[in-house]
Write a protein that binds this ligand. Structure first.
Ligand code: HEC
Ligand code: HEC
Ligand code: HEC
Length: 501
């Protein structure tokens, strides 16, 4: 079974990548670093999801909510995570434990390979959030997790088989290789491999001059793909057994032994990773899938909002005036209190019309100084809306007031960024704060915020409302890639308007 998979996989791996080092990227590319970074950040959504996973997978040993181990867990030496000293803490380390398990007291911690990748991250964040004082993740674990996410994991069984291909089997194999070579290759390369046709490779050439080299994998690649734009065609139509037989015949009989390149461990690893079963995505019901997408989009928005930096309000901002301005210019789309109820639009002349749902305003939406905020309102998605807010004539004072109102007025429970609002006397002071705390997310602070957010969410009785809100947030994030389309539509619309005039 496995062998069949391997045989089949060879072709796939070689064709997919072109070169061995590229193969795993092609096969495992589904988790780019960007995705990993996103997963590695504990957002409220992740932690909420992680709690469910913990209930299902970990509570049986580590106890309900990780407070104290169950009887069975205790017998095995498990502890809870609350108020205990945990060596393997930090989200990366816990992710590593969940994914690979680890050895302890001659026993093996279960590895949860069957869990979906996202869920393993989610449970890692949840578990980490239980630990009062998590240790930083050791660099080598971080590096390994990243490498595996990018390049895939090498299954030890597969590795053994891959390594076997690089070794000749027996005399019979060499004999078969010789027969095949005589039949398919000798006309150009000669029985002795010194080359008959003028440009055919002489197998005595220095391996550095070869395109794919003389290692078993290199020659196999030549036979499988051929050398483009030369008389050396692909022999992929022959069974893999025959190709391997020729590979070993050539290395055994035709290529001078000094010129034989050996397979490197890296090559074996790379091929192994490409052939190891990829982390199969479980089929899940559509409504769950949609929920995952929503959560992801939510995470994305959370990260983006935090990226604006702390909201910095000016001392002399007039909140009431800001409120009036908001009602005049913004409420038509963003709702009277910044939590919209309807989608705006339709935009465009022809169906399908475009409708946009604005997301709930959080204090973090007005993050940064009032100048940053003003710039975003003028230049962001607004710039591509036909009925864009009439903000061109706003003064600095107007923006200060608007920002102050937005930050303090939000009625939402979950007020992202509320805890980080700072009040300052002048722009220079604001600038200092922003420079001290660059727009990038500070992980430690973030973790604290996340805990708070989760507490708040736990208090939230109206789970349904929250779901609605998540859907709005999803739309919000979706707007970004749509922006180009928006612009196009706006242009079209303007042209049309001109025509009508
Ligand atoms: C079958 C029982 C069992 C299950 C299920 C289980 N664990 Fe464990 N876990 C243990 C035992 C036993 C230990 C303690 C081993 C030791 O370090 O002595 C442990 C230790 C750990 C540690 C390391 C603690 C330290 O001090 O370094 C982490 C992290 C961990 N488990 C996370 C999880 C997570 C997350 C899950 C669920 C996805 C899980 N475990 C499920 C039994 C279990
Ligand atoms: C039609 C003529 C022709 C036939 C048939 C042919 N080859 Fe070649 N082969 C070439 C030529 C030409 C090159 C040189 C390509 C180049 O310029 O790199 C070559 C190159 C090679 C190389 C060197 C690849 C490298 O890394 O540079 C190997 C190995 C090889 N052939 C093996 C075979 C084997 C095995 C067969 C039979 C299955 C075969 N060839 C059949 C023409 C042929
Ligand atoms: C014509 C409709 C419309 C008007 C009027 C409007 N906006 Fe927007 N605004 C949008 C849309 C659409 C988005 C993008 C979706 C989103 O992020 O909610 C947006 C996004 C924003 C964002 C970014 C929120 C985030 O999550 O990054 C801020 C801040 C904002 N608007 C502030 C304002 C302010 C302040 C005004 C009034 C001066 C205003 N908007 C007027 C439609 C409008």
């Amino acid at each position: 079974m496995k062998n069949a998979m391997l045989k089949h996989g060879w072709k796939f791996a070689l064709v997919a990548g072109g070169a061995f080092v590229l193969v795993p990227m092609a096969v495992h590319g589904q988790y780019g670093l960007q995705t990993l970074d996103r997963l590695a950040m504990g957002t409220p959504q992740q932690i909420e999801r992680g709690e469910q996973v913990f209930d299902d997978q970990c509570a049986e040993c580590h106890g309900d909510e990780g407070v104290a181990p169950t009887e069975m867990g205790e017998r095995m030496g498990a502890e809870g995570f609350v108020d205990t000293d945990v060596e393997r803490s930090g989200p990366y380390s816990i992710f590593h434990v969940v994914t690979h398990g680890y050895e302890y007291n001659d026993e093996q911690h279960p590895a949860f390979e069957n869990l979906r990748y996202q869920d393993r991250w989610a449970v890692a964040h949840y578990t980490n959030s239980l630990i009062a004082d998590p240790q930083p993740d050791p660099d080598e674990i971080v590096a390994q997790v990243r490498r595996e996410a990018q390049e895939g994991i090498c299954d030890p069984d597969v590795r053994e088989e891959v390594a076997d291909f690089a070794e000749p089997e027996d005399d019979e194999q060499i004999q078969r290789g010789q027969d095949q070579f005589g039949q398919h290759c000798a006309a150009c390369h000669g029985e002795d491999g010194r080359g008959i046709t003028p440009d055919a490779r002489d197998f005595h050439d220095d391996p550095d001059d070869w395109v794919h080299g003389t290692s078993p994998f290199g020659i196999f690649q030549t036979l499988d793909e051929g050398i483009p734009d030369t008389a050396m065609a692909s022999f992929a139509h022959l069974p893999d057994e025959d190709l391997w037989a020729m590979v070993h015949f050539m290395r055994d009989e035709l290529i001078p032994s000094d010129n034989l390149e050996e397979v490197t461990e890296e090559e074996i690893d790379a091929v192994c990773r490409a052939l190891s079963a990829p982390e199969a995505p479980d089929p899940i019901a559509v409504d769950r899938a949609v929920q995952f997408l929503i959560d992801d989009a939510d995470d994305e928005r959370y990260r983006r909002l935090r990226g604006f930096g702390d909201p910095i309000v000016m001392e002399d901002a007039n909140i009431d005036r800001g409120g009036e301005l908001f009602q005049q210019s913004c409420a038509s789309c963003h709702g009277a209190d910044g939590s919209p109820e309807t989608a705006i639009g339709p935009y465009g002349k022809f169906p399908p019309y475009l409708h946009i749902e604005t997301g709930t305003m959080h204090p973090a939406s007005a993050g940064g100084s009032y100048e940053d905020f003003a710039q975003r309102v003028v230049e962001s998605v607004h710039a591509s809306l036909p009925d864009r807010p009439t903000v061109a004539t706003y003064s600095a004072q107007d923006w200060m007031d608007l920002q102050a109102w937005l930050i303090t007025s939000t009625a939402e429970e979950d007020r992202i960024g509320y805890d980080r609002i700072r009040t300052v006397g002048d722009l220079q002071e604001a600038q200092q704060y922003l420079e001290a705390d660059p727009a990038l997310v500070d992980e430690d602070e973030l973790d604290e915020d996340v805990d708070e957010d989760v507490d708040e969410e736990a208090d939230d009785e109206e789970a349904e409302d929250q779901e609605d809100e998540e859907i709005e947030d999803q739309e919000d994030v979706d707007d970004e890639p749509q922006q180009q389309v928006d612009e196009q539509e706006v242009e079209d619309q303007q042209e049309m308007d001109d025509d009508e005039d």
